[in-house]
Design a protein around this ligand. Sequence first.
Ligand code: MN
Ligand code: MN
Length: 307
Amino acid sequence: MSKILVFGHQNPDTDAIASAIGFSYLAKQKFNLNTEAVSLGQSNEETKYALAFFNIELPRVIKSAASEGVDTVILTDHNEFQQSISDINELNIWGVVDHHRIANFTTANPLFFRSEPVGSSSSIVARMFKENQVEIPKEIAGILISAIISDTLLFKSPTTHKTDQTIAQSLAKIAKIDLKTYGLSLLKAGINLTSKSEKELINLDAKTFLLNEKSVRVAQVNTVDINEVLTRQEILEKAMKIENEQNGYSDFILMITDILNSNSEILVAGENNDKIEAAFDVKLKNNHAFLKGVVSRKKQIIPQLTI
Ligand code: MN
Ligand code: MN
């Protein structure tokens, strides 16, 4: 049987990697598919920490399916084509497991499509193991729970669904971890920002969205000290402007998210500062503004923007 690649979005976060690993395993067991979980970019520090903790190898990074001799793929943790593999338009999509808005997505053939407005794609994958009565191996439970912690910021994000905690607790038993202790060390592993250049920071967790036919880049960095990141504002802004010019983005929005207090500062570079001010009912001062209680790009940034 020909191989099917399973992957999450570009600039993968822990959920992109974990949901691909988890669903790839499930698809082998349940649907007898010849799947391989791969990645569309280098794993971040948080993901590396989780993979090492549960003794899972880093997935291979691939650039196109054609170069792998593969014509069928499974998408997890995304569906928008501009966030996917470079040759997505040429490929057959076997299925999707996701928890984002559906946009810029069409297929030639019928497919398996599972989307739920829950905290993490990995929550859906964990639920699918149960539905299909497939036992979850310890290391898979570990990586899935890591993704739920990461996406929900340990259940503090408004994207958290009430089922996420229940699922996480049952996964914690299988993975043999204390949810809170492990969760905090996982989140901390992802916030070592000082070792990163400004260009790296703005690309760590960045996604492109088509909003009113404009291409808008929205990046997010997690921190415990917003001001520490803002001391680098000048160089961050320069790096954002370069990204805009090189990629045709009308605007670049950087969310600097305080994971302890659940707020974000946005730093913006682009053509539509007035529209950004209107969208969030704030006044930008020196290109940045504080958004109280905002931590979720998908729920508290993207739907508000119509640039
Ligand atoms: Mn993700
Ligand atoms: Mn996710």
